[in-house]
Design a protein around this ligand. Structure first.
Ligand code: GLU
Length: 408
């Protein structure tokens, strides 16, 4: 989503939250922007110059934190938006972190393992001086995996000459990763969804769900929800979707996707647009930004939209959905499970002592439900949509820290 759209959202927030112009302008100013280039040597010997970004948006609450994505649509404007959301996300979840984000403009789909490794190491070579366990802590995001985190960690430790596992999170377990991190984005979203369904007087076992996106967030959400007894009627990936009104067998869909690289062909094929318009209780956009827009928001029939992706609903669509009485659980809370368990991973790295999975999950639930309740209460009291309430709580905490530091 463009940073312009975010600016508009904050102008709206200024009126509703009675923020001053100075405060809004402070919130919208990124602290540091690092823009670099590096050369990728491809397997066939040819060379390509790649653009790499790291935006450290706000660090009032602590070191900046946020993932790195590999995608052909990555540009500075997008990374800025994503970094801003990370600052709100960490604040809303009461983490001692600021927000940042990184990216490499590259199409990851055509790359070999060795090329991916060279890109991961190349990113760290140009960014190493700007990151660190008490400075800025990257993590996975779209098309970046635990293996990529491992290469990045290794490159960073080579440059620094010491072991510093807390420089990056989302690592494989054997390199200091946390139990539960691989599916924590989805798990956090499920905890929040359970709370929202409770408020709506609906049981998860009676809910029908459609999930757009079958990557780390969407696929794990499908598995967790399926195991809890919810009916997943449709899932999709970048090629299209699979639909079964009686509910999909998610294990079988995953096996089909592993074999054929897509969910299409498993059941009745549907397009993404058809999936978004299904008459379900819960719609989970779990892929990229700007999926629900002014063009298709009117077709959405779900009662709850759980934003597992970052920025899947545009500001115009937000208004249309709110007008239809649809509850949009905002990304900065719905997908915060990822960064929350990243925080636990970092804590475990800093103390060199590791927790059991049950402990991680119990902590995650205790961390994500209170901000959900605070957001829900504020939205009911002031008649704000959930996003406005979440943004107000998050920006208030950042501003409080900034004021104590004497920055605003
Ligand atoms: N990329 C994830 C996000 O957008 C996780 C960030 C992290 O773990 O630092 O929230």
């Amino acid at each position: 989503m463009s940073f312009d759209a975010i600016q508009k959202r904050l102008n709206d927030l200024q009126t509703k939250g009675k923020l001053t112009e100075k405060e809004v302008s402070y919130l919208l100013t990124p602290k540091r922007i690092h823009q670099k280039e590096f050369t990728l040597e491809k397997d066939d010997g040819s060379k390509e110059t790649l653009k790499a970004y790291r935006v450290q948006f706000n660090d009032d609450l602590g070191p900046t934190k946020g993932g790195i994505r590999f995608h052909h649509e990555v540009d500075l404007d997008e990374v800025k938006s994503l970094a801003f959301w990370m600052a709100l996300k960490t604040s809303l979840s009461n983490l001692p972190y600021g927000g940042g984000k990184g990216g490499v403009e590259v199409d990851p789909k055509g790359l070999s393992e060795t090329e991916l490794e060279r890109i991961s190491r190349g990113f760290i070579q140009v960014m190493a001086e700007h990151i660190g366990p008490t400075k800025d802590i990257p993590a996975p995001d779209v098309y970046t995996t635990p293996q990529i985190m491992a290469w990045m960690l290794d490159e960073y430790e080579k440059i620094k000459g010491e072991h510093l596992p807390g420089v990056i999170t989302g690592k494989p377990l054997v390199l200091g990763g946390s139990k539960g991190r691989s599916y924590s984005t989805a798990q956090g979203g499920v905890y929040v969804l359970e709370a929202a369904l409770k408020h709506a007087g609906k049981k998860l076992t009676e809910a029908t769900i459609a999930i757009q996106g079958f990557g780390n967030a969407g696929m794990h959400a499908a598995h967790i929800l399926h195991k809890l007894g919810a009916k997943i009627v449709a899932v999709s990936d970048s090629k299209g979707g699979a639909y079964d009104a009686n509910g999909l067998d998610i294990e079988a869909v995953t096996a089909h996707k592993e074999k054929t690289r897509s969910v299409i062909g498993y059941a009745k094929d549907v397009t993404t647009e058809e999936l978004l318009a299904l008459d379900v209780d819960v719609l989970i956009p779990a892929a990229l930004a700007e999926t629900i827009t002014a063009k298709n928001a009117a077709n959405v029939k779900a009662k709850i939209v759980l934003e597992l992706a970052n920025g899947p609903v545009t500001p115009e669509a937000d208004k249309l959905l709110y007008g239809k009485g649809i509850n949009v659980i905002p990304d900065i809370l719905a997908n915060a499970g990822g960064v929350i368990v990243s925080y636990y991973e970092w804590v475990q790295n800093q103390m060199g002592y590791y927790w059991e999975e049950e402990e991680v999950l119990e902590k995650l639930k205790k961390q994500i439900i209170p901000p959900y309740n605070t957001m829900y209460e504020l939205s009911s009291k002031e008649k704000f949509d959930l996003r406005t309430a979440a943004y107000l709580i998050a920006t208030k905490r950042i501003l409080e820290a900034a004021k104590l530091r004497g920055r605003v």
